[in-house]
Design a binder for this molecule. Structure first.
Ligand code: GLN
Length: 481
């Protein structure tokens, strides 16, 4: 049992419950694994060694508790989840020394379930990006090839799970930030329906798009994490009263006769040859298994990247107005007056991508441009949502690629933000539509040896169906080794 860090979350839960391993052993194993892998990986911004160990000892003293489904399980959370007494940076210089006075709702729920947070993971500053290269504290590396990006913005979470630091992690997804890094690193990532999980205590980026969700090496492990974090919270007015399911009871769907819709607008896009090859093959296998593949259309999809980057930056510009050098976080030394305090504090401590987005968003909301940009984008968003609803009317789920590129070399798009934005085309429309989606690894690319993944998209609050289909697909496409 010297490799217990390699166990899946479901296996860890079983072994802890039957006392084959203690919480202290499990947490120590995770911390030891973090210590070995971090010098190369750089997935963690804060490691909670002593704190995690004393939490584990306490759990062992009290003994396993059947009402706590994640009793003794080591997890990480992306460094946008507020953690009481533990610094929460959002990978920004601005919040480098910010210590929240409260826990995010999902952190409370994880702790209540008996999980132990061992580290807070790296991301693009304020979750704005797709590679973790915009982290103010340096990028995370892809565990399959250290010269490649892990994706983003939850790149630290994905890399950490794939490198066996912990069996599960929480990330956030505003336009793909759970699903894309999961795919580029080769693990499973689930973005719940907007409103399924409380956003209370999450450093806000685009409030009408942000959603927290799990990453893990297995579909069932994501289901266990979702069961813990899902549900209404009266401190998040956008959280939903819609009843949650017990996602842990999901069973693989029968693939014979299962209807998967293929949005033509996404399947006609030029993909990396390795991805194209792997996904064509995957579709063939699905068809041979009896899945009914149907062409569907999303006519307004071509406007989605433009609409998203107006709405997300507009929301970001208002959300980030709170970083004014007065209330908390970075404050400039010796400003001449109040205006200079605001300006200097912000420009000293916010990175170039974040500043670009604040400028874009402020412009889109400004008098005279609001109707042309923000209002128009909000109208387009509705059309995109209707497209997805329509496409889902006679399919069980939609199936699409997650990314048109494999994990790329560091620096590839740093000077080219518009190309980077375009790369979100497969994931961000799902956030505009508010729908749940699962990213699932399929295989390693033939020539690159890098992970390729698929995305399943479902109806609102139909996570159980996505998970059930994911379980069935996982039998066809076993986890990557
Ligand atoms: N890449 C997208 C963006 O930069 C999505 C990020 C996210 O989901 N947090 O906005």
């Amino acid at each position: 049992m010297n490799e217990i860090y390699k166990l899946t979350l479901t296996e860890v839960v079983e072994k802890l419950k039957s006392r084959q391993i203690s919480a202290t052993e499990m947490i120590s194993a995770a911390l030891a694994r973090i210590e070995v892998t971090e010098p190369n990986l750089k997935a963690c911004l804060t490691i909670l060694g002593d704190q995690a160990l004393s939490a584990a000892r306490k759990l062992d003293q009290d003994g396993p508790d059947p009402t706590r489904p994640l009793w003794g399980v080591p997890v990480t959370v992306k460094d946008v989840f507020c953690t009481k007494g533990i610094r929460t940076t959002a990978a920004s210089r601005y919040l480098e020394n910010y210590i929240p006075a409260y826990d995010a709702q999902v952190v409370i729920k994880l702790r209540q379930a008996g999980a132990v947070i061992v580290a807070k993971t790296n991301l693009d500053e304020f979750a704005m990006g797709s590679s973790t290269e915009f982290s103010a504290f340096g990028p995370t590396r892809n565990p399959w090839n250290l010269t490649k990006v892990p994706g983003g913005s939850s790149g630290g979470a994905a890399a950490s799970v794939v490198a066996f630091q912990t069996p599960g992690a929480l990330g956030t997804d505003t336009g793909g930030s759970i699903r894309q890094p999961a795919t580029l690193c080769g693990c499973v990532g689930l973005k719940p329906t907007y409103g399924r999980v409380s956003r209370y205590g999450i450093v806000a980026y685009g409030s009408s798009l942000d959603q927290a969700g799990p990453l893990a090496r297995r579909v069932r492990d994501c289901a266990s994490l979702l069961s813990v974090i899902a549900g209404y919270d009266d401190r998040d007015a956008t959280s939903s009263l819609h009843q949650t399911d017990d996602y842990t009871t999901a069973q693989p769907v029968t693939l014979r006769g299962f209807k998967l819709g293929l949005p033509q607008e996404l399947w006609n896009i030029k993909l990396d040859p390795d991805i194209e090859d792997a996904l064509k093959n995957a579709l063939k296998i699905l068809e041979e298994t009896g899945v009914e593949l149907r062409s569907v259309n999303l006519p307004h999809l071509k406007y989605s990247v433009a609409a998203y980057y107006i709405l997300a930056t507009a929301e970001a510009s208002t959300n980030l107005a709170r970083y004014d050098g007065v209330r908390y976080g970075h404050r400039s030394n010796n400003p001449q007056d109040l205006t200079e305090l605001y300006m200097a504090s912000r420009s000293e401590a916010l990175g170039p991508e974040v500043r670009r987005r604040i400028l874009l968003g402020t412009f889109a909301l400004s008098a005279g441009y609001y109707d042309t940009y923000y209002k128009k984008a909000a109208q387009v968003r509705r059309l995109i949502r209707d497209d997805y609803y329509q496409a889902l009317t006679d399919c069980d789920l939609l199936i699409t690629p997650v990314s048109s590129l494999l994990a790329w070399d560091f620096g590839s798009f740093i000077q080219d933000p518009l190309t980077l934005y375009q790369l979100d085309l497969m994931t961000l429309p799902v956030n505009l539509a508010g729908l749940p989606a699962l990213a699932l690894p399929v295989t390693l690319g033939k020539t690159s040896g890098l992970p390729v993944g698929l995305q399943l998209i479902g109806r609102p609050f139909d996570e159980i169906n996505i998970i059930s289909a994911g379980l069935a697909l996982e039998e066809l496409f076993p986890p990557l080794r």
